[in-house]
Write a protein that binds this ligand. Structure first.
Ligand code: NAP
Length: 248
């Protein structure tokens, strides 16, 4: 096991933006540890296969990131097995859309648990080891919706705005420990999450994007990678929008 190799933990790494992030870090030869939740592990196997082709050390685990206890146990095992986590990318997320008047308590709670509580769970669980090593990068995937809102997504928008507040606060708490904490806020990106939107909703989004096109997962992954690189040593507490100008 090479000590110089970075260890990267990515939540929701089985598909979409998370998979693109795994592959981006794999290009430097990093050790990739990703988690996902769906018991149907087709997407997980595809990501592992792609990582295998790149000849990198990769591990995946089925983990519900909204479970405080399971997340704590997972990170204890990661630190025991690999001694350190250099980068944590909190990417796992879901949508449970409905107009406020029709939104159930379950839709609200699930979205907040998976999108926001997970970020607290994973960040808290990894922080002790990052403080010990006096270095670390934490990158949280928020959304443009956390900043500008979106009809039918009061739960999602609240969770993503919560991530921005969390990012800035924890960035302040950890700044003098050599740890940076930033958020990336994607706009409308080509993944399963957006593929399932009705055509009318997709057209409405597209008409608001100054660059006139949907973004690709790689374009988000490149920004995450840059925030975790030596080119971003003096950046913390920021929200970087990757949205083709949808938010400016
Ligand atoms: P996606 O294709 O639906 O992938 C979501 C990932 O999260 C999957 O790997 C999924 O794993 C995992 N996940 C879901 N619930 C989980 C749980 N309880 N525990 C662990 N993992 C869980 O979504 P995406 O479009 O790539 O989105 C990735 C992130 O970017 C999300 O946070 C999303 O809110 C954000 N984002 C996306 C867009 C966009 O336009 N696509 C825009 C702004 C922000 P399983 O399938 O195995 O459950």
């Amino acid at each position: 096991m090479s000590a110089s190799k970075r260890t990267i933990v990515i939540t929701g790494g089985s598909k979409g933006i998370g998979r693109a992030i795994c592959l981006r870090f794999a290009r430097e030869g990093a050790r990739i540890i990703f988690v996902h939740y769906d018991p149907d592990d087709l997407a997980e196997r595809k990501t592992l296969g792609l990582l295998d082709k790149m000849n990198v050390e990769a591990v995946s685990e089925k983990l519900d990131v909204s479970s405080f206890r399971d997340v704590e146990a997972f990170f204890q095992k990661v630190v025991k097995d690999f001694q350190k986590v250099d980068v944590l990318v909190n990417n796992a997320g879901i949508t449970r859309d409905a107009f406020l008047m029709r939104m159930s308590e379950e839709q609200w709670d699930q979205t907040l648990q998976v999108n926001l509580k997970s970020v607290f769970n994973c960040t808290k669980a990894v922080t002790r080891s990052m403080i010990k090593q006096r270095s670390g990068r934490i990158i949280n995937i928020s959304s443009v919706v956390g900043q500008i809102g979106n009809i039918g997504q009061s739960n999602y928008g609240a969770s993503k705005a919560g991530i921005m507040g969390f990012t800035k606060t924890v960035a302040r708490e950890l700044a003098n420990r050599g740890i940076t904490v930033n958020a990336v806020a994607p706009g409308f990106i080509n993944t399963e999450m957006t593929q399932k939107l009705p055509d009318k909703a997709k057209e409405a989004f597209l008409s608001q994007i100054p660059m006139g096109r949907i973004g690709e997962p790689d374009e988000v992954a490149n920004t995450v990678y840059w925030l975790a690189s030596e080119d971003a040593t003096y950046i913390t507490g920021q929200v970087i929008h990757v949205s083709g100008g949808l938010y400016m």
